[in-house]
Design a protein around this ligand. Structure first.
Ligand SMILES: NC(=O)c1ccc[n+]([C@@H]2O[C@H](COP(=O)([O-])OP(=O)(O)OC[C@H]3O[C@@H](n4cnc5c(N)ncnc54)[C@H](OP(=O)(O)O)[C@@H]3O)[C@@H](O)[C@H]2O)c1
Length: 244
């Protein structure tokens, strides 16, 4: 049965690939984000390429006052699934030097996601079915010297999603936390020290497959569980001295 995906942060590289995969399999998409012109271009492309139902919606993770209107805007759209892909990762050195920027990292990646999902939760509960897929990060598994501000926002998000999953389970809605490793996207352009970099398409495909399984938490690609298990096993007294 075809479904409709609300994609939050739809201009993200992974979200674009996800929208293509979902539309190719016959699902409708509602592309939500800040750059309305770009979203309209993406929607037109999906309509032409796949003949899919594709609409756009204004969404800013930091504008929590307007998150209350999200559910209203979705009235009449049928049964909604959510793919939440927005994120913000400025260089850590800049966030360390400017705590206001650090707060924006928390605001977008954690507070914005919490706000949007809590506003959408009653709609999901009324539906009594559906899927929520959220992009966390391996960065949330352990606070690293080089990325602990963004990592702490993702760690908070992972914990939030555990409880949110338990809440929505009671209404027949699955909540899937995806923890990607490095992906070749705008976010990581020029970031030094990346390895085993995945394509947005690989990650998007895995997200869609895991959503269909109703999975709880998973790494993307899968092998990151092994890398993160090793990283998490390093004793703190050693870990704090590493330049990771
Ligand atoms: N790339 C990686 O290696 C990697 C690894 C692990 C996890 N992730 C996570 O994967 C997700 C997708 O990231 P990506 O790599 O595809 O990055 P990307 O291409 O840089 O996309 C980031 C997206 O976030 C949106 N965004 C930023 N601030 C926003 C705000 N205030 N309100 C609404 N949207 C906002 C951007 O919208 P605009 O177009 O309006 O700027 C853009 O669509 C993110 O959650 C990221 O944290 C990425």
């Amino acid at each position: 049965m075809s479904e409709t995906w609300l994609i939050l942060g739809a201009t993200s590289s992974v979200a674009r690939a996800f929208a293509q995969e979902a539309a190719a399999s016959g699902d409708g998409v509602i592309l939500a984000g800040r750059d309305r012109d770009e979203l309209e271009r993406q929607a037109a492309d999906l309509r032409i390429r796949h003949g899919s139902l594709a609409h756009t919606l204004a969404f800013d993770a930091e504008d929590s006052v307007r998150h209350g209107k999200l559910a209203e805007a979705l009235k009449g759209a049928g049964c909604i699934n959510i793919f939440a892909a927005f994120g913000f990762m400025p260089p850590q050195t800049e966030a360390e030097a400017d705590p206001t920027l650090a707060l924006r990292v928390i605001s977008v990646n954690f507070a914005g996601m919490v706000s949007a999902l809590l506003h959408l939760a009653p709609l999901l509960e009324r539906q009594g079915r559906g899927k929520v897929v959220v992009l966390g990060s391996v960065a949330g598994d352990r606070g690293r010297l080089s990325n602990y501000i963004y990592g702490s926002a993702k760690a908070g998000l992972h914990a939030f999603l555990q409880g949110f999953r338990a809440r929505l389970l009671r209404s027949g809605v699955s909540v899937t936390t995806i923890k990607p490793g490095f992906i070749d996207t705008t976010m990581t352009w020029g970031v030094p020290g990346m390895f085993l970099v995945a394509s947005p398409r690989t990650v998007a495909r895995r997200c869609l497959a895991l959503a269909r399984e109703g999975a709880d938490e998973a790494y993307a690609p899968t092998f990151w569980w092994l890398i993160m298990a090793a990283i998490c096993a390093i004793p703190e007294r050693i870990f704090k001295r590493l330049k990771l």
